[in-house]
Ligand binder design. Structure first.
Ligand code: FES
Length: 200
């Protein structure tokens, strides 16, 4: 092992040992050309210091492409791994709670959204073709209160530019880790009133 280490050290100490091989540079050129239309055009002579400069430029371009890919990921709706993931949003069920009216049924037609507060719980109840739905109105990142955007019909967090759909699903975020979907609340319609099961 000691002899192998010595041989490796000596080989690494040779002048020019840190320069990338012609094969590596050619392969990098090929991959950059194939992977990005905006990749820098390869220079005609790639030898010695110029070769190193090309590799540096290529690395910067590849890094920028990677950052772009990450930024794109952060700014777009995350892919849902499966339908089960949407169902993974927990239902907030107080162990000491009751059904409490939040809005008259007549005031929540199909397509309607209504914000409510039940003591320590704030949320939004909505109705669409699939029925009634109620979600928490508090961001799952750091608990800022969500605002209903009446144009996009999304729930926007004012703290870190995050948006949730009315079913609680995360739509957009700019955090390193996506916040979880919004918890659901049990909701029903009784005697002309929309009721949510909330804490006493
Ligand atoms: S508190 Fe909502 S994204 Fe940070």
């Amino acid at each position: 092992v000691a002899q192998l280490r010595a041989a490796i050290t000596l080989a690494a100490a040779r002048p020019g040992a840190d320069a990338p091989s012609e094969e590596f540079v050619a392969d990098l050129q090929r991959r950059l050309a194939a992977g990005s239309a905006s990749a820098p055009a390869p220079t005609a002579a790639i030898v010695g210091p110029a070769r190193r400069r090309f590799v540096l430029v290529g690395s910067v371009a590849a890094g920028a492409a990677a950052i772009g890919a990450v930024a794109d990921h952060l700014l777009t709706r995350p892919e849902r791994a499966s339908e089960d993931e949407a169902a993974a949003a927990p239902t907030l069920t107080p162990n000491v709670g009751a059904w409490r009216g939040v809005v008259a049924a007549a005031d929540l037609p199909e397509g309607g959204v209504h914000g409510f507060e039940l003591g320590s719980v704030a949320g939004f109840v909505s109705r669409d073709s699939s029925g009634l739905r109620a979600v928490s109105g508090v961001c799952t990142h750091l608990a800022c209160r969500l605002n209903l955007n009446p144009v996009s019909r999304q729930l926007d967090c004012p703290c870190h530019d995050t948006s949730f759909a009315l079913d609680g699903e995360l739509i957009r975020y700019q955090l390193r880790v996506p916040p979880p979907p919004l918890p659901h609340l049990s909701v029903r319609e009784r005697d002309g009133t929309i009721e949510v099961f909330g804490p006493l």
